[in-house]
Design a protein around this ligand. Structure first.
Ligand code: FAQ
Length: 314
């Protein structure tokens, strides 16, 4: 018996557009335009790379955490970040991407990771600031992604956001201990805020007029809010937290405007430079990542050999 002919391309495109308009989830076996698939692979890969490179600034402090309790929390947080990378690489695989190819692209500097992880964590207060500001910015950006039109990415984000919100709270708590501590501790906390504030604002990406991917990503229901909208939400949520801590946001132009706080101009030249590989730690971060990958080769080989011998357990 002859099989019915598959629907023609225009029909598939119309069906896809109708499903997006109806806010339905697109799943891996569904038809999707090539551009939609490529955009998701680009964003999810960049996000996964950010999680695993993002382990480095805080990971460097595990051996120097000020107490056993802080060390246990930090180990768990850094491990969570590795886990987030794994969910995200798996989500990219559902789109047909090859995980080892994505890692090669990262290691060759051909795929991006977040600019924020190219700044150094030079004191314990930086670990607190990363939790408070970097995880805070990450949640602001990622909560809307739980409603992303692509099912596997949205579901990964639901789990990631639960963990990130714990990370943010532990960062704020660690920051408040320093802010309420000795004058030296308060200085450390302020210094960390001074150095992480502007890079955290840059995490949301270029301003709306200079964000080439936003319009299409929003039309496809991948992004739900623009870069500037999310950045503004982060500023509005974080300024009162800094006031509560008794810390000063390092921006003389910061002012209240109705229900919002308006910041001074972000240095977009710095953002572009860091994105081009010229940030304070780009080379160091990539070299550490490549080294970790090479050092882990025996683990991948052992896992593959075990899976071959014991297919049921794989
Ligand atoms: N860094 O047109 P748009 C975390 C690139 S996870 C580097 O606006 P789009 C957890 C962008 O890729 C942090 N590159 O792009 C954690 C594009 O380049 P391309 C990561 C950036 O995609 C916490 C070009 O600029 N989160 O922190 C950045 O529509 C603590 C033009 O920009 C995610 O990845 C940047 N900051 O919007 C871990 C969330 N911004 O590819 C450890 C998911 C932009 O055209 C410790 N991603 N670019 O060559 C997103 O929501 C989006 O991809 C944006 C960018 C909003 C980041």
């Amino acid at each position: 018996m002859d099989r019915p002919a598959p629907p023609a391309q225009p029909e598939l495109e119309r069906e896809f557009s109708e499903r997006i308009a109806a806010d339905e989830r697109i799943e891996p076996r569904d038809w999707m335009p090539d551009g939609y698939r490529a955009t998701l692979v680009r964003q999810i890969a960049q996000h996964a790379h950010s999680e695993i490179v993002g382990m480095q600034p805080e990971g460097n402090w595990i051996t120097r955490a000020p107490s056993l309790r802080r060390k246990a929390i930090l180990v768990a947080k850094v491990q969570d970040e590795a886990g987030h990378g794994l969910y995200l690489y798996s989500a990219a695989e559902t789109l047909g991407a090859d995980r080892s190819r994505l890692l090669d692209l990262l290691h060759e500097g051909r795929q991006k990771y977040s600019t924020i992880f190219n700044y150094p964590a030079t004191s314990w207060a930086d670990v607190a600031a990363i939790g408070w500001l970097v995880d805070g910015a990450a949640i602001m950006n990622q909560v809307p992604l739980t409603r992303c039109s692509y099912g596997p990415y949205a579901r990964a984000m639901t789990r990631v956001c639960k963990e990130e919100s714990f990370h943010q709270r532990q960062g704020f708590e660690a920051m408040s201990v320093l802010a309420k501590g000795t004058s030296a501790q308060r200085r450390m906390a302020q210094d960390a805020l001074d150095r992480w504030w502007w890079p955290a604002l840059m995490m949301f990406g270029p301003p709306d007029g200079q964000s080439p991917n936003s319009a299409q990503s929003m039309a496809w229901g991948i992004k739900r809010f623009s870069n500037d909208e999310l950045r503004q939400r982060f500023v509005d949520a974080t300024v009162p937290q800094a006031e509560h801590l008794g810390l000063q946001i390092p921006d003389p132009q910061l002012h209240r405007d109705g229900e919002h706080y308006r910041t001074g101009e972000i240095d977009w030249t710095e953002f572009q430079e860091v994105m081009r590989g010229n940030g304070p730690c780009n080379r160091q971060r990539l070299a550490a990542r490549v080294r970790a990958h090479e050092d882990g080769a025996w683990v991948r080989e052992a896992a593959a050999a075990y899976a071959e011998k014991h297919p049921a357990a794989a």
